[in-house]
Design a protein around this ligand. Sequence first.
Ligand code: PFF
Length: 451
Amino acid sequence: MSADRQQLPREQWGTDTGFILATIGSAVGIGNIWRFSYVAGENGGGAFLIVYGLSVLLVGLPIVIGELALGRRGAADAVVAFAKDAPRSAWRYAGWVSVLGCVLILSFYAVVAGWALKYFLGAVSGALWQAAGAGYGGYFREFIADPVAPLFWQCVMLALTVFVVAGGVRAGIEVANRVLMPLLAFCVIVLAIYSATLPGSAKGWQFLLSPDWDSILTGQVVVAAIGQAFFSLGIGMAVFITYAGYLAPETRIPRAAVAIAAGDTLFALIAGLAIFPAVFAFGMNPAAGPELAFITLPQIFLAMPYGHIFGIAFFGLLSAAALTSMMSLLEVPVASVLHRSRITRRRAAILMGVAAFVLGIPSALSFGVLSDVRISGDGVFDFINRAVSNYLLPLGGILVCLYVGWFLRRADAVSAAGLSGGVTGVIWYWLVRLVAPVMVFLVILDTVGEL
Ligand code: PFF
């Protein structure tokens, strides 16, 4: 990479609010609606919620601050941010892990996003409501096993993402988030309020909000909570490093980080309050797993008053939330390509979008044509979904902790985070230096089966 490229005028966010909405847009995604609801459902509801909150506070938030600090310091892409203090050291590979990781996540994430879009348009046109037949189990499984349809929808979502990212940081990503994020917040709140009016909905609130103390500190719940915190916040893949590279120097990082962590957690909670009361009101199983959003919920929408409208809002929400996360996942590799070549942003976005599509083909087909392909017992999609949150994101997170907490001088790290001279800075530093990496390391060990 030549020095002159680094000096090209940098793009910048138009406003701080635009930046914060874009980062919350990256965090709020399928993870908050589809993944949070089934992981919470499988891990005891309220018990999970408490452990999850602690994971966000002690592990997630310190890493978000670390990523934002690294990004603003680097004022470039993920690779430069890690290589800034020692350009020839192995640290520059840390950036590349994130760049490649983002393309991999995007590849399977776009598959679920595509399912959501298909359901959304089906709910709008009415096709989804006529298709039920013997229930949505058959409908969903037939759809995801089709050799063409999942690829088509995955491609449409990726094309939309490429379109936005090609428009640039301010005119593309920021504008899209400014429109979509308030809409998402409004939608999820209205859904939760409506859900609360259903007879029998109190059981759903109870399930999500009253902890079952016995299951609280099992290894399984802790592992699931930390994995979910990584996925839901979207840390460990240099998204915040890249987005903070476009920040004005005066933006206050800790405030932005708190807004991201609080916004993401609140959104997941409200989405849970939209989903579980409805699930209980209709006597469905809250621990149905990944099928909850695509099989259980449409069945409920079909039966409940104003269910079609609820369905349109729900799948619209899911698709739009996915889109704002996909933008950040695409921006990480695009920023890196732009930084070291002369191609245009538009070309870089198309190139990376195509890469994600091709890489995602096995995931999209893993419930049909490629269902016989198994990696350590899982289909391709399930394997990547699990490997990303259990290994790849935690590994990326540990790298951030090691870089910020051990490689940088303490004074530099604390000042980059905008936390110099206060007790908060000391607390953050020790969380990012010790608590977060140790917790994450234990989670990785537990997942590998060594604990
Ligand atoms: N946080 C997103 C979600 O909850 O759906 C997913 C995600 C975005 C994961 C960005 C990883 C990432 F780097």
